[in-house]
Design a binder for this molecule. Structure first.
Ligand code: ZN
Length: 263
C-alpha cells in the first residue's frame, strides 16, 4: 500500500493512495475544523491561559501583605503614643516654667520695693538667683522637648503617608484584579454559550460516554471503522465482530471500546 502525504503551496494537504486493482477514482475532502468536543477542550485551555494572566497581574504589583500592614499600623500607633507623651511632658514643663517666672518676678518686686534689713535682702537676693537658675533650666528643658516633639510629629506624618500610599496601591491592585475577573467571567460566559450551542444536538448519554472514554484513549474516543479496521486501535474486526459491534448503541470497537462510526 502506498500512501503519500504532500502539502501544496497554498497549504492544502493532499493524501494520495494508489490501488492498481481498482479502475475508478475516489476523491474525498476533509476540512480540519474543530469538533464540538474540541470546543470544550479549547474552553479548558482558555481558562488555564486566563488563570496564568491573572497570576502575572498578581505578581506584577508588590502589594503590602496583611502582616506588613499590621506592623505599619503598630508602628504608627507607637509613634503617636510617644508623641502624645512628649506633648504632655512639654505642657507640664511649660507650666512649671511659668510658675518659676511668676515666683521670680514676685520676689524681685519685693526686693526692689525696699524696706528690708541686710539679712532679709541677702536671703531674698539668693532666692531670686536660685529662681533665675530654675527658670533657665526649665527654658532649656522646654526647648529640648519642643525639638523632640517636632521630630516625632515628622515621624508620625511620614508613617501616615506611607500607610496611605500602601492603602492606595492595594485599592489599585484590587480594582485591576476585579476588572480582570469581569473580563474573564464575560469571556467564559461567551465560550460556555458557544459550547452549549455546539453540544445541543448531541444526546446527553452519548456525550457522557464520550467524556468517560476520552481520557483513557489518548483523547480519541471516536474511531472510524473502514474496511473492517478500527481507526483507533488499528485492529481488524471480523464480519461477526462488526455485526456484534453494530448492535450496541452506540456501536463500540470490541478491542479498544472506542465509539465506532461505520463507513
Ligand atoms: Zn478499536
Amino acid at each position: 500500500m502506498t500512501v503519500r502525504l504532500s502539502t501544496l503551496a497554498n497549504g492544502f494537504r493532499v493524501v494520495t493512495h494508489s490501488m492498481p486493482a481498482v479502475e475508478s477514482v475516489s476523491v474525498g475532502v476533509w476540512v480540519g475544523v474543530g469538533t464540538r468536543h474540541e470546543i470544550a477542550d479549547r474552553i479548558a485551555l482558555y481558562r488555564e491561559r486566563l488563570g496564568m494572566d491573572l497570576l502575572v497581574v498578581r505578581t506584577e504589583v508588590p502589594a503590602a501583605t496583611p502582616a506588613e500592614r499590621e506592623h505599619s499600623l503598630d508602628t504608627l500607633a507607637e509613634l503617636t503614643a510617644t508623641h502624645r507623651e512628649t506633648s504632655l511632658e512639654l505642657d507640664k514643663t511649660d507650666g512649671e516654667l511659668t510658675l518659676s517666672e511668676e515666683k521670680k518676678a514676685t520676689e524681685e518686686r519685693r526686693l526692689y520695693a525696699g524696706g528690708l534689713n541686710a539679712r532679709e535682702t541677702e536671703a531674698l537676693m539668693s532666692e531670686v538667683e536660685m529662681l533665675g537658675r530654675q527658670v533657665a533650666e526649665k527654658e532649656e528643658a522646654t526647648l529640648k522637648l519642643m525639638e523632640v516633639r517636632d521630630e516625632q510629629q515628622a515621624e508620625v506624618d511620614a508613617a501616615t503617608a506611607e500607610l496611605d500610599a500602601a492603602e492606595a496601591s492595594k485599592q489599585q491592585l484590587e480594582a485591576r484584579i476585579a476588572e480582570k475577573w469581569d473580563k474573564i467571567d464575560a469571556d467564559i460566559a461567551r465560550q460556555e454559550l458557544k459550547k452549549a450551542e455546539a453540544v445541543k444536538p448531541v444526546p446527553t448519554e452519548l456525550l457522557e460516554l464520550y467524556e468517560e472514554i476520552r481520557p483513557h484513549k489518548e483523547g480519541v474516543a471516536v474511531a472510524r471503522l473502514g474496511e473492517g479496521i478500527c481507526g483507533g486501535c488499528h485492529l481488524r474486526l471480523t464480519e461477526a465482530e462488526q455485526l456484534q459491534a453494530s448492535k450496541s448503541d452506540p456501536p463500540r470497537c470490541i478491542h479498544c471500546l472506542r465509539i465506532l462510526v461505520f463507513q
